[in-house]
Design a protein around this ligand. Sequence first.
Ligand SMILES: Cc1cc2nc3c(=O)[nH]c(=O)nc-3n(C[C@H](O)[C@H](O)[C@H](O)COP(=O)(O)O)c2cc1C
Length: 129
Amino acid sequence: MEVVYYFSRSGRSEFVANELSKRRNAQVFKIDDHRDWSGFKGMFWGGYHATFRIGIPIDYRKPHDDEEIILVFPVWASALPPAVRTFCKEVSKARITAVVTSSGSLLKERKGFKKVVDLVKVDAEIVDF
Ligand SMILES: Cc1cc2nc3c(=O)[nH]c(=O)nc-3n(C[C@H](O)[C@H](O)[C@H](O)COP(=O)(O)O)c2cc1C
């Protein structure tokens, strides 16, 4: 069975996750790091954490062993947001199909995922995979 997880700062990855959840009839779960990444300060520290590969504690509903995981998240500094880094470490990248939103560049840390789907600048439509 498929389940959708997402991390989102400004709502785009959340929108994509909800769309995928509807289309694929899969439950959707938020990854919560309890941080405020808003504004310039949030953008700066977000970039800092991503650049230096820093993970942070997160809360999420633990996936069951038989679930296939679709994980939607934004590219941060060509890398993983800190909450996503922790999720990937705890859950294992090999189980995860990454659906990555970005405003122009691709995720550089692609190794280890089951699959990576890039949604560069795509807003309302979602590529099927
Ligand atoms: C800290 C930070 C770093 C980012 N770095 C990149 C980047 O390296 N390349 C890129 O194309 N977009 C980058 N972006 C833009 C986001 O990936 C893009 O706007 C994303 O779709 C936002 O998704 P969200 O609304 O779910 O947070 C960055 C955004 C933030 C906040």
